[in-house]
Design a protein around this ligand. Structure first.
Ligand code: SGN
Ligand code: CA
Length: 520
């Protein structure tokens, strides 16, 4: 009898434990690299259809005012993992190594019983902590036949990076997932990072397309000192070889500065011959047309070439997001899995004549954010509150019932996700970019955005202020900082900026510290 009671007791205990596990959701964090919200049809269908990514918003929430705190790759990832601004987590730019003494949310989830895995691009210079399994790309990684860093050493996997990243995630879900545990899966795409190499199916499709020109493609940067000196203009700084895939021989004949197209050298003979069959014709056509092109025509030609390849890589991302979601459906995992889709920052798709990111102007400051959380989020909702990548760590910890460390600086999004908007009181977000002097020559700057205004201070080798009226001038073409009509707003915004810097523990002393570090 005693024996029966003990066995029964154990059975009840293990059943209730399994039930407890089911109450904590699985979390899939999907992030692409440089994916502009302009290139997700849930935001705008002018450029591309992304039905699978859109499904996350259809069944969940679309954030229309999500931003990053520092619009560049590795710093954004460090903010996401630590829930702390760059000036406190120390990863201010892409060049320095991530300080692994930082506590990250995956470590905390792992400690709380989550099974954790990461696949794809991290870009930290060191391996992630807090993961049961990881297979990550070294640095930026490659599109074709990429190398991966694994816990068992480096390996080259033949194929296309976006498909492979998904294969790795599916293989882990299928063969190594522990069903009794909730899981955290970080599924991180390299695409659509420069230099934009689509797979065969999508370059065949996208090189035939023509896209509408953005209204600010020929921006003259009047009134904006740092915009004028930046080196990311499609006409002047995008490379015909590396970016637009014009062969060196063709450029030599046209007497235009050349450059390497290193990714083609990674291709197998079959991949290369298929590539050349499509891009060879583009080269022939360009060689004929180039001698008669003026600057406007060349700008428009480069813009079209840019978008064809950039969007082609996104079509693969969308299809692969679909593959992963179908797996979840087929294995009855969708119902208890939170899916987040975002990018490490936004990107310019010709707005202001640019490619790349880094600035606090909207296209690179804002980032896509779509979240699906069955039974919690009302499907098909849209949210315009100012949320940031800084908030993700605390959000995931709250979803998992884990108390966040006190020194994390974001705010859990759970109230916004679950219809308790009255608990949300943020009225400004903070931004600080550091990587200068560097590629693309975007000067150091910090600022705040409210729903109505944005104030930015460019410092280091300049001392320039900018103010934008976000409602009247959404394209951010008119810097009204010196307009007397806005003098009272300038006073208010400067005061608010000071308060926000103090709140987040940023300071001139830290600005100088990071300038000094950069020199050393
Ligand atoms: C590379 C790119 C840049 C890009 C940075 C940072 N140049 O250096 O255009 O701004 O990455 O991107 S490239 O010649 O190597 O393509 S980030 O997403 O990693 O921050
Ligand atoms: Ca990036």
């Amino acid at each position: 009898m005693k024996y029966v009671v003990v066995v029964l007791g154990l059975l009840i205990a293990s059943c209730s434990q399994k039930q407890v596990e089911k109450t904590r959701p699985n979390i899939i964090f999907m992030m692409s690299d440089d994916h502009a919200y302009q290139a997700i049809s849930a935001y705008s269908d002018k450029l591309i259809q992304t039905p699978n990514i859109d499904r996350i918003a259809k069944e969940g929430m679309l954030f229309t005012n999500a931003s990053v705190t520092n619009s560049i790759c590795a710093p954004s990832r460090a903010v996401i993992l630590t829930g702390k601004h760059s000036h406190l987590n120390g990863k201010i730019d892409n060049l320095s190594k991530f300080d692994t003494t930082n506590v990250t949310f995956p470590q905390l989830l792992q400690k709380a019983g989550y099974q954790t895995a990461m696949f794809g691009k991290l870009h930290f210079g060191n391996n992630p902590k807090g993961f049961d399994e990881f297979k990550i790309l070294p640095g930026q990684g490659s599109y074709y036949n990429p190398k991966f860093i694994t816990q068992k050493g480096d390996t080259i996997i033949n194929g296309y990076v976006t498909d492979i990243t998904t294969d790795l995630a599916l293989d882990w879900l299928e063969h190594r997932r522990v069903p009794e545990k909730p899981f955290l899966l970080m599924y991180l795409h390299k695409a659509p990072h420069r230099a934009w190499y689509p797979d065969e199916k999508h370059y065949k499709e996208f090189t035939k397309k023509t896209f509408p020109l953005p209204a600010t493609l020929f921006d003259d940067y009047e009134g904006r000192v740092a915009a004028k000196t930046a080196e990311m203009n499609i006409l002047n700084h995008m490379l015909l070889s590396y970016d637009n895939k014009i062969e060196e021989d063709v450029l030599k004949r046209l007497k235009v500065k050349g450059g390497a197209r290193s990714e083609v050298n990674r291709m197998t003979p079959e991949q290369r011959s298929s590539w050349d069959s499509v891009y060879g014709a583009i080269n022939e056509d360009f060689e004929k047309r180039y001698p008669t092109m003026d600057d406007k025509q060349l700008m428009e030609w480069k813009y079209q070439r840019y978008l064809q390849d950039y969007l082609g890589t996104i079509a693969s991302v969308d299809e692969n997001v679909g593959r992963l979601m179908t797996y979840l459906d087929d294995h009855k995992l969708s119902d208890n899995t939170v899916i987040i889709y975002t990018s490490d920052q936004g990107f310019y798709l010709g707005e202001h004549g640019w490619f790349d990111k880094r600035f606090m102007y909207d296209e690179s400051f804002k980032t896509p954010l779509l979240i699906k959380w069955p039974h919690k989020i009302t499907p098909g909702t849209s949210e315009d509150e100012m949320v940031q990548n800084l908030d993700f760590a605390q959000t995931f910890l709250e979803m998992a019932g884990v108390t966040a460390p006190k020194d994390m600086q974001g705010k859990s999004l759970v109230p916004l996700l679950t219809g308790k908007k009255e608990q949300w009181d943020r009225d400004a977000v903070y931004y600080h970019y550091y990587e200068y002097p560097s590629e693309h020559a975007v000067k150091r700057h910090y600022g705040i955005a409210t729903k109505e205004y944005k104030i930015i201070h460019f410092y280091h080798d300049v001392n320039e202020w900018e103010l934008y009226d976000r409602n009247k001038d959404p394209q951010e073409l008119n810097n009204v900082f010196n307009d007397p009509k806005y003098a009272p707003i300038v006073i208010k915004m400067k005061q608010k900026l000071k308060e926000v810097r103090e709140k987040y523990k940023d300071s001139e002393a830290l600005d100088n510290h990071y300038i000094q570090l950069y020199k050393d």
